[in-house]
Design a protein around this ligand. Structure first.
Ligand code: DAH
Length: 342
């Protein structure tokens, strides 16, 4: 029995030394000291010993148990301490490591140009309005005095979404004029509505099937062409400098009467003609006009009481001029090397 106890003690000590986890210790405790453990089995045989042997072996057995228990506790503490140390090491923050540099983005040149335009108009009391890109043909055309049969309504010009041509991707931001009048109802109305528009254009240096416009609309009592001229001249001078020269050229749009196109004198050659203005001396900037009485009437506004003007600016053109970008496609390619320049 003595050898048995010594063997149990020796192998338990060896196993304890090798244990790495708290779970190893618990398994070992059960294996040796548990109800069906090795030491317990030996103790059960005590009864078979002679009365002289019993106290000697009993004491030896108790010493064995005490020694194993003490070592168990010792190892438990060691393992817990090691685990804590490991955790601390894993979670340690080295404040001396240099920070990781975060690549900061910046505004896309189109947004810079748009924000500049917004600033100017907000300064003049305009309210910014946004509306749907999927639009009713009714708003995109009919209510803008562009009846059935108008060439702009042709299937080859427009992205229709329904066989009956009632829904489309808006070809202009002008339907926002209708939406503004319907929403605000009572003039004065002074809104600016920027957004995407779509046309079936082939992609080249100056065309894209998707581009952006900024629509403006002002309706009030006594609004005249002079207000239109003053507003747009303010825009151009804010954008291109006080000394820039503006030209109003007669034009036709179905929803304005009279209509005009607005050009700015080429900032490169000051009217002499150069590659930037394609030799013309002027650069076309936007379309505008006095809101057609039929359009006002259609939105429940009495043209005998109120009048107004509207305009539509091509945002890409504005940005291209602002940043001297020669090819429209660059704006949409999102090549970092290009965008980083602005
Ligand atoms: N919607 C026109 C276009 O896409 C631009 C335009 C012209 C807008 C005259 C207007 C306007 O508001 O009055 O070509």
């Amino acid at each position: 029995m003595k050898e048995q106890l010594e063997k149990i003690r020796a192998s338990a000590m060896e196993a304890l030394a090798l244990a790495r986890e708290a779970t190893d210790l618990e398994a070992l405790r059960v294996k040796v000291l548990g109800k069906k453990g090795e030491l317990t089995a030996v103790l059960k045989m005590m009864g078979k010993l002679s009365p002289e042997e019993r106290p000697v072996m009993g004491q030896l057995a108790n010493e064995t148990r005490a020694a194993i228990e003490a070592e168990l506790e010792h190892r438990r503490q060691e393992i817990a301490a090691a685990a804590m140390e490991r955790k601390l090491a894993e979670e340690a923050v080295d404040v001396t490591i240099p920070g990781e540099e975060i690549a900061m983005g910046h505004k896309h040149p189109m947004n810079t140009a748009l924000d500049e335009a917004k600033e100017i108009f907000i300064g003049m009391g305009f309210q910014i309005l946004e509306g749907p890109e999927v639009e009713l043909a009714d708003y995109n055309f009919t209510k803008l005095n562009t009846e059935e049969g108008h060439p702009a309504r042709d299937w080859s010009d427009t992205f229709y979404l329904k066989e009956d041509s009632s829904v489309l991707l808006r070809t202009q931001t002008s339907p926002m004029q209708i939406r503004a009048m319907e929403a605000i109802k009572e003039p004065p109305i002074r809104i600016l509505a920027p957004g995407r528009v779509y046309r079936k254009d082939e992609v080249d240096a100056t065309h894209s099937p998707m581009f952006h416009q900024i629509e403006g609309l002002v309706i009030d009592k006594g609004i005249t062409m002079a207000d239109l001229k003053g507003t747009l001249e303010t825009l151009v001078k804010s954008l291109y400098g006080e000394d820039s020269v503006v030209r109003f050229r007669p034009h036709h749009f179905p929803f304005t009467e009279p209509s005009c196109e607005v050009d700015v004198q080429c900032f490169k050659c000051h009217g002499a003609g150069c590659p930037t203005c394609k030799g013309e001396g002027w650069i076309e900037l936007l379309g505008a006009g006095m809101v057609h009485p039929k359009v006002l009437e259609g939105c429940g506004i009495d043209p005998e009481v109120y009048s107004g003007f509207a305009f539509g600016i091509g945002l890409e053109r504005m940005a291209m001029r602002r940043f001297q970008i020669s090819d429209l496609r660059l704006i949409f390619e999102n090549d970092i090397r290009f965008l980083q320049q602005f």
